[in-house]
Design a protein around this ligand. Structure first.
Ligand code: UT7
Length: 329
């Protein structure tokens, strides 16, 4: 049986940097509050004249393909993870297929919010293990900025989220004990209403007559925080135990960048050293499905991931959904 391995990584961050002091001009907030509660200093917002969720994903994908020394025509399947597609439907995967100019290969969209990329990696891994495909592109891309309530009313959410895209090319390998060792997926819809966007949706009698106040994300921040700090260590341990490892064996943990305080909590609970946890939320905010591939690509570029390293990816978010993947690089 083939295993899957990550052959190339890429990311794209839109140019416009929005600092906490820029947000102070839009709503009643302070740099001090944002840094203290979230660790975020700045995030990037897309320029909607030139950036879209799909084309940012395509840019990240082209970088990943180049790093894998592959071309778009090598891709056999596309998995696109987002909660902010260009259109209500169709999803972003078909847009990437067109933008990359590749043949009529399959394109699947995944809507698992912050855990989306991990779900995508898991699906790609199963396709490769089954022998159906040898090269699968997995993209996480988000534009939050156009869907945030940037008035004081929306400040508990608006200060957290940012835009960006990341991508990974997964390929088949015969090398034993390398590549993706296992993936672990979970959900608990009981808490769906703790982090959601309600409209426009099929629940409105007439979708065109939606309540404009319900188009913004609603978040019960403390509930999300409380569940996140339990589920993250749990799902990371699940991956380690499945493969006979302990936290001290980890070279690098790349947690979904939800809140720096959540990452610090996980680090403390799992007794990990600073060099075992990668964080970049300070610069990009929370980019939901894009956060893990952006962090992974950036960590790789900085030389923090080398052949033979044990890498764990983990995420938690709206749904609730949570997931992990353990990788021998
Ligand atoms: O990918 C998963 C996505 N979500 C998360 O991971 C979020 C997890 N949760 C969190 O990160 C935290 O709950 C937040 C950072 C969102 C909020 O922190 P908190 O300590 O739970 O604050 P809070 O919502 O309980 O609000 C505390 C106070 C409130 O004022 P009062 O009622 O005490 O007077 C808020 O109105 O802080 C106020 N507040 C703000 N003040 C300044 C809320 N947002 C802001 C803001 N600036 N941006």
């Amino acid at each position: 049986m083939h295993h899957s391995t990550i052959a190339g990584l890429g990311h794209y961050i839109p140019e416009r940097k929005v600092t906490n002091s820029d947000l102070e001009k839009m709503m009643e907030t302070t740099d001090e509050w944002i840094v203290e509660r979230t660790g975020i200093n700045s995030r990037h917002w897309a320029n909607l004249d030139t950036d879209s969720t799909s084309n940012m994903g395509t840019k990240a994908a082209l970088m990943a393909l180049e790093n894998a020394k592959l071309t778009p025509s090598d891709v056999e399947f596309i998995i696109f993870c987002t909660l902010s597609p260009d259109y209500n439907f169709p999803g972003g995967g078909v847009m990437v297929q067109e933008q990359l100019g590749i043949g009529t290969i399959g394109a699947l969209d995944i809507r698992n919010q912050c855990s989306g990329f991990l779900y995508g990696i898991s699906v790609a891994d199963q396709f490769i293990k089954s022998g159906m495909y040898k090269t699968v592109l997995v993209i996480g891309s988000e534009i939050h900025s156009s869907g945030l309530d940037i008035s004081t009313r929306g400040r508990n959410v608006a200060v957290i989220f940012g835009d960006g895209a990341g991508a990974a090319v997964l390929t088949a390998t015969d090398q034993k004990d390398t590549g993706i060792l296992s993936t672990h997926l979970h959900s608990q819809g009981k808490y769906a209403e703790d982090l959601m966007v309600i409209e426009p949706s099929s629940t409105s009698t007439k979708r065109t007559e939606f309540n404009p106040e319900r188009i913004y994300p609603i978040m019960n921040g403390s509930a999300v925080f409380k569940h996140a700090v339990t589920r993250f260590p749990e799902v990371i341990m699940e991956a380690l135990l499945k493969n006979g490892y302990t936290p001290s064996d980890l070279t690098l943990l790349i947690p979904h960048q939800a809140n720096l305080r959540i990452s610090q909590f996980i680090q403390k609970t799992m007794k990990l050293r600073d060099d075992q946890v990668y964080n970049n939320i300070m610069n990009y905010g929370n980019t939901t499905a894009a956060s893990v591939p952006i962090a992974l690509s950036e960590a790789f570029q900085k030389g923090k991931i080398k052949k033979g390293d044990l890498i764990c990816l983990a995420a938690f978010g709206s749904g609730f959904t949570w997931a992990s993947a353990l990788i021998r690089w």
